[in-house]
Structure formats: structure tokens, C-alpha cells
Design a binder for this molecule. Structure first.
Ligand SMILES: NC(=O)c1ccc[n+]([C@@H]2O[C@H](COP(=O)([O-])OP(=O)(O)OC[C@H]3O[C@@H](n4cnc5c(N)ncnc54)[C@H](O)[C@@H]3O)[C@@H](O)[C@H]2O)c1
Length: 255
């Protein structure tokens, strides 16, 4: 299945977890990938995987901080000029931080909101002209099950992910007449850098996490390729009548 032949896809958060798995999936389906991350080391592993699968000739890596307007404008702006076009944007970059909400500092709050929500906005704004030029551009944003269901100690993270859903609905409507589609994925219980250490408070009340286990997979976490597969569907022509909505992919944790 080569649904991304002649398509250029920019993926942020491409140095780890779901973003990295999405790079592999799009390359395997024939796409050209601009892989962006703040972590140079992470991008090196992404490149190594692409070399091992024989697809590195269609991969460009970009070190960028999505929360820094200048970095986004310079690095992504230049990459888009060099690529000449952009068909799909996948905004996977993000951080998870946990804290008791009554102890959450403004600095902590702003850091999470600035990377997750403002970063999604900055990269999307930079890419929109190129996406609109294609006449059928696609934006896939990363929300989370925490946007719709209570996840203790993650107020800033959950608020950022709720904001991403609202942002996605808005651009889906605003640019629908130019052929743009915009969707959010809401993963849960996926193995990644972020979930290997969610940094919960030392005195976390574990009884608040009773509904955090997937119904599938004997309650265990699933691999990031499960989200990459859904992104590939949304972003390809298979998803051509899907916009302004979100898909929860959590193995049935929140049914
Ligand atoms: N893993 C899950 O179960 C889960 C659940 C819900 C939502 N998500 C979302 O999925 C997305 C991917 O996360 P993941 O689970 O693969 O985690 P991950 O930690 O493995 O990957 C996140 C990537 O984002 C990058 N990043 C962080 N800050 C950045 C910045 N300022 N600029 C550029 N890149 C930056 C990191 O370097 C990392 O490579 C995130 O938006 C996350 O919130 C994941």
C-alpha cells in the first residue's frame, strides 16, 4: 500500500514514540518525510531506522523547538521552501508533566501550554499556506484522552489537549472550502518516551487511576505503530471525508 507516493509529510515529535513510528509508516508507504524534533539524538535514531529500512533517501531531519516562534519560522520555513510543497502536517511534538494542581506554578503551566498548544499553533500557522496550495492538505493534531476524561495531576496537560481539539475544529471549518482537512487523534496507554515516565507526584493516589487500563491487550500498553496506522488512514485519501473530529485510540480504556 503506497498511499503517500509523491506526498510530502512534515511530522513534529519525530525523534521518539508515536512521531517516530509515524515517520516509519509514511516512509514505508512511499512518502517523503520532513522529521522535526527538538532532540538531535532522537532524530539520529529516526534516521538510523530509515536507513535500516532502505528509505533514508526520502527523509530530511530538522532540529526545531516548536514552542519558539523564531525557530519554527526559520527551520520549518526554510524546509518548506526547499521541499517546494507540503501535503500533510502531523503535530506530534509534546510533553507530559504531572503535579498536584494546587502546587502547579505558573512557570510549569506555561511550559506545558507553550509546547503542546502554542507549539501546535505555531507549526500549523507556518505550514498553512503550503497546505492550502495543494488543494487537499491535511493536518493531524495530537489531543489525548485526558481532554475528555479526568486524568489526575495532569491539569495543564489536559487543558493543552482540550485546546488542541478546539483549535482543530476551528481550522477544519475555516479552511474546508480550500480543501483542507484537520483531525485530532486522542491516544491513551501507548508505549513512548513520555509514558515510560509520566512523573507522577510521589504521593499520588493510585485509586484515581482505576480507569487507566485498556480493555484490550490484557490491560497492557500498546506500541506507537497503532497510532501511526490511524494517522496514515486520516492523512491519506482513505480519510478524505473525515474532518473536524477526533478519534480515541486507547484500547477501550474510556468506553
Ligand atoms: N503515549 C501516549 O499514550 C499518549 C497519550 C495521549 C497523547 N499523546 C501525545 O502523543 C504525542 C507524541 O508523544 P509520545 O507519546 O510519542 O511521547 P514521546 O515523549 O516519545 O515523544 C514526544 C516527542 O516530542 C518532542 N518534543 C518535546 N518538546 C518539543 C519541542 N519543544 N519542540 C520539538 N519537539 C519537542 C520530544 O523530543 C519527543 O521526541 C504527544 O503530543 C503526546 O501528548 C501520547
Amino acid at each position: 500500500m503506497n498511499r503517500f507516493d509523491n506526498r510530502t509529510v512534515l511530522i513534529t515529535g519525530a525523534g521518539s514514540g508515536i512521531g517516530q513510528a509515524t515517520v516509519a509508516r509514511i516512509l514505508a508507504e512511499g512518502g517523503t518525510v520532513l522529521a522535526a524534533d527538538i532532540s538531535e539524538a532522537g532524530l539520529e535514531t529516526t534516521r538510523t531506522h530509515a536507513e535500516q529500512s532502505g528509505h533514508a533517501d526520502r527523509l530530511t531531519t530538522l532540529v526545531v523547538d516548536v514552542s519558539d516562534e523564531g525557530s519554527v519560522q526559520r527551520v520549518i520555513g526554510d524546509a518548506l521552501k526547499a521541499a517546494g510543497k507540503l501535503d500533510v502536517l502531523v503535530n506530534a511534538a509534546g510533553i507530559l508533566r504531572s503535579v498536584h494542581t494546587h502546587e502547579c506554578t505558573l512557570e510549569f503551566w506555561n511550559k506545558v501550554l507553550t509546547i503542546n498548544l502554542t507549539g501546535t499553533f505555531l507549526v500549523t500557522r507556518e505550514c498553512l499556506p503550503a497546505l492550502l496550495d495543494t488543494g487537499n492538505g491535511v493536518v493531524v493534531n495530537f489531543s489525548s484522552t485526558s481532554a475528555s476524561f479526568g486524568h489526575a495531576y495532569m491539569a495543564a496537560y489536559a487543558a493543552s489537549k482540550g485546546g488542541i481539539q478546539a483549535f482543530t475544529h476551528t481550522i477544519a471549518l475555516e479552511y474546508a472550502k480550500q480543501g483542507l482537512r484537520a483531525v485530532s487523534v486522542c491516544p491513551g496507554s501507548i508505549q513512548s518516551g513520555m509514558t515510560s515516565d509520566p512523573g507522577l507526584p510521589a504521593d499520588a493516589d493510585w485509586s484515581l487511576f482505576a480507569k487507566m487500563s485498556p480493555a484490550l491487550n490484557q490491560g497492557g500498553f500498546a506500541g506507537p505503530e497503532n497510532i501511526a496506522a490511524a494517522i496514515a488512514m486520516f492523512a491519506s485519501d482513505d480519510g478524505k471525508f473525515i474532518t473536524g473530529t477526533e478519534l480515541r485510540i486507547d484500547g477501550g480504556t474510556h468506553m
